[in-house]
Design a protein around this ligand. Structure first.
Ligand SMILES: Cc1cc2nc3c(=O)[nH]c(=O)nc-3n(C[C@H](O)[C@H](O)[C@H](O)COP(=O)(O)OP(=O)(O)OC[C@H]3O[C@@H](n4cnc5c(N)ncnc54)[C@H](O)[C@@H]3O)c2cc1C
Ligand SMILES: Cc1cc2nc3c(=O)[nH]c(=O)nc-3n(C[C@H](O)[C@H](O)[C@H](O)COP(=O)(O)O)c2cc1C
Length: 655
């Protein structure tokens, strides 16, 4: 980790970032590039580089903080130590009175604690007498970070100008104009093709996904290889999404878990998409040749920390880079630099400009276009591969909630997922499945093939989903391999209460029901052993009872044992129904919900796809508190916030 105290004297302001998946980091790095263009010198450091909060008083220059929030309102991993330090009560209330700062918080309003990390840091800095030179802002990933980020950055420069160079007559408008299109990110990597068979150096580093060069995000225990043993399709014919459950096996010593834990699965990109990408870059012929990367002399770039410096292009794109994630504006700027046809170039420049924010949202982000989509849309764009190797984000393992209890079997667990499918429309140039769910469903399909007597008996839904693919894996060896690499995710608050008698309310529509299967199994077994478990209420929702009622048999059987009450709700079965979604059912049962949570010390768990559901559940909960407890909206919000602070309102949501 860089030491900011060694470097700050050379700069006109310092940037600190806290970033889990790279968005805040890339904004911070973008600021470094644009700062230079505006005659400012700056450097970006992780927030954890601040070893002692008092060191901030040694800075005589302003500070810009960009931080996201992760988990359930928690700081990203590279900001957690700073977060702990700054909250220490022993700090003097005037400790940071000389500090001038501003802060950009990234968050998502689907989560309970919107921008909690940024807001807490801001509150604490104020409490330590630091002052802002420019108003902090909160960007919402649910609607598009750009909506806040672009204008905040645009106005940051004049604010910095007035504090750093108060006498300068550089016009603000000139600076704003320069900012219309971000400056092109530098390409500092040099690529050298090694002669095949010319000795050790030409042997690519072995791809070792269990021992990555840089730790995977949110890693709790070392990655382990586990074996897929069973697959079943949970949805039925005609369901909008195909839901699959996989079972994995391992030795009890190698992997330990509790109900509610989530695992991260290390997955590769689809081989055909990688081949198509290499073909488009006119590099297919060199896909398996070994290359060596180095940093051009006199430049500041670096080889991505997660990438072996000696590798084949095929391995680099298969295992290390996210070739699917939606490109950021700064990446479009890079592509524009290597686009020869004028119309195409100006379109790319428009899309990455400040003025092009709406077009960017509507054409790039809405359809979540991939790198390959863009290269197929802009045929004259031919970026050098080293530019891609320097600027593409890392391929990140995907998270899945464990849907079983170790009391049922400590040597295996199950998890469930919807196969993500994206059709060829809205600018997407090819049909595709989700990177991880596509790969897993292929493995599931091959397991089903093996377990059935012949391919005719394969589950037709999974088969249909797989054969609908345009880009299919050609590499059956890879995809039928039953071993997958997983690790347990950090920040596990989503667990059963320690007190087995505490009642719980579980809200899990769709695959969000997964962890609750584990919860119910767990308590049911403890009950069988003679323990008296608290009440368990489950709210489950889906579209059609006949098509996507996941775990229907298990849930019904739990009604005779583990579950106190089960409240399923189907949104499309009856067009006249007013009770369509889980939150409507909760509203109907408000007396029971509020009694359980507020009078009996109960816990509320919400799990599933975050798009609106988690927010709607929170809004209804506030309404229920207001109505049952006869309090104002403000008081109800405070009571709900207290529930979250006491870790009795827990969410495991994704979007
Ligand atoms: C803590 C946690 C627990 C989770 N548990 C589960 C679980 O139990 N079950 C489960 O199924 N999932 C779960 N998820 C979600 C899961 O991790 C993956 O995000 C999901 O399975 C998709 O992964 P993928 O690689 O298949 O898709 P990707 O290839 O990553 O595709 C998803 C991408 O598609 C893009 N996209 C989204 N909507 C559209 C659209 N309409 N058009 C175009 N592109 C779009 C998005 O930008 C996203 O990046 C969980 C996530 C978290 C954080
Ligand atoms: C697992 C996970 C948990 C999150 N938790 C929160 C949260 O509690 N509050 C919030 O405002 N945003 C939350 N977010 C949204 C992120 O803060 C937001 O997407 C941000 O842009 C990510 O930036 P980063 O890539 O720099 O980490 C969460 C995102 C993920 C993936």
């Amino acid at each position: 980790m860089k030491d900011f105290l060694k470097d700050w004297e050379e700069v006109s302001f310092v940037i600190f970032y806290g970033s889990q998946l790279g968005q805040a980091k890339s904004i911070a790095e973008g600021l470094v590039d644009v700062a230079e263009e505006n005659d400012f010198k700056t450097k970006a450091f992780e927030l954890n580089a601040i070893k002692d909060v008092n060191d901030l008083t040694k800075l005589t220059c302003p500070v810009v903080i960009v931080t996201s929030t992760t988990g359930d309102g928690e700081p990203p991993e590279n900001a957690d130590k700073f977060w702990r330090k700054i909250r220490k009560k022993a700090l003097s209330p005037t400790a940071l009175q000389s500090l001038k700062y501003t802060l950009l918080g990234l968050g998502d309003t689907n989560y309970n604690n919107f921008c909690n990390c940024g807001k807490e840091i801001n509150r604490r800095l104020q409490g330590l007498s630091a002052s802002t030179f420019y108003a902090p802002a909160w960007a919402d990933d649910a609607i598009g970070l750009e909506l806040v980020v672009d204008s905040w950055i645009e106005n940051l420069w004049p604010a910095l100008e007035s504090i750093i160079r108060p006498d300068s007559n550089q016009s603000i408008t000139t600076m704003a104009k320069t900012l219309t299109v971000p400056s092109c990110p530098a390409v500092s990597l040099k690529l050298e093709w090694l002669e095949d068979g010319s000795g050790d150096a030409s042997t690519p580093s072995k791809v070792d996904l269990r021992n990555p060069l840089a730790p995977y995000p949110l890693i709790e225990d070392d990655p382990v290889a586990v074996k897929l043993t069973k697959a079943r399709v949970l949805s039925r014919s005609g369901a909008l999404k195909t839901a699959v459950e996989l079972t994995v096996e391992f030795s009890e010593q190698s992997f330990k878990f509790e109900p509610g834990d989530a695992i991260n699965i290390v997955c590769p990109n689809p081989i055909n998409e990688v081949n198509q990408l290499l073909e488009r870059l006119q590099l297919l012929g060199k896909a398996k040749r070994t290359l060596q990367l180095s940093v051009k002399e006199g430049t500041k770039g670096k080889i991505p920390v997660f990438l072996p410096a000696t590798i084949t292009l095929l391995d680099a794109f298969l295992y290390y880079f996210d070739i699917r994630s939606c490109p950021k504006k700064i990446f479009l700027r890079l592509l524009a630099e290597y686009t020869s046809e004028e119309n195409e170039k100006s379109k790319l420049l428009e899309l990455c400009s400040r003025q092009g924010s709406t077009a960017f949202e509507e054409t790039i982000r809405f359809a979540s276009l991939s790198l390959l989509d863009l290269l197929l849309t802009f045929p004259s764009c031919m970026p050098p591969v080293e530019a891609l190797l320097e600027h593409l984000p890392r391929l990140i393992p995907r998270a899945y909630s464990i849907s079983s209890s170790p009391l049922t079997n400590a040597n295996e667990f199950t998890f469930a997922f919807n196969v993500a499918t994206f059709s060829k429309e809205n600018g997407r140039q090819y049909e595709r499945l989700g990177i991880c769910t596509g790969w897993l469903s292929q493995k599931g399909r091959s397991l089903l093939k093996k377990s059935s007597s012949g391919s005719d008996n394969i589950d037709s839904d999974l088969d249909a989903a797989m054969s609908a693919l345009t880009i299919k894996s050609e590499n059956e060896d890879v995809d039928s391999n039953e071993e997958i690499i997983v690790y347990r995710r950090k920040n596990q608050n989503f667990r059963l209460p320690e007190d087995i008698k505490a009642p719980i309310v579980m809200v899990g529509p769709g695959t969000g029901v997964a962890p609750f299967i584990g919860f119910i199994q767990h308590r049911a077994i403890l009950k069988e052993k003679g323990e008296s478990a608290g009440d368990m209420f489950l709210y489950f929702g889906c579209r059609y009872k006949a098509k996507d009622f996941l775990y229907e048999d298990e849930l019904k059987s739990f009604e005779n044992g583990g579950l106190t009450k089960f409240y399923p709700v189907f949104s499309r079965d009856d067009p006249q129904a007013t009770v369509k979604y889980v939150q409507h059912r909760m509203d109907e049962n408000k007396q029971e919900v509020i009694e359980t949570l507020f009078n009996q010390g109960g816990y509320l768990y919400v799990c599933g796809d975050a798009k609106n559901m988690a927010k709607d559940v929170r809004d209804v909960l506030i309404k229920c508190v207001q109505s049952v407890k006869e309090v104002s909206e403000g008081e109800a919000k405070t009571l709900v916030a207290e529930l979250a602070t006491q870790k009795r309102y827990l969410q495991d949501i994704w979007s």
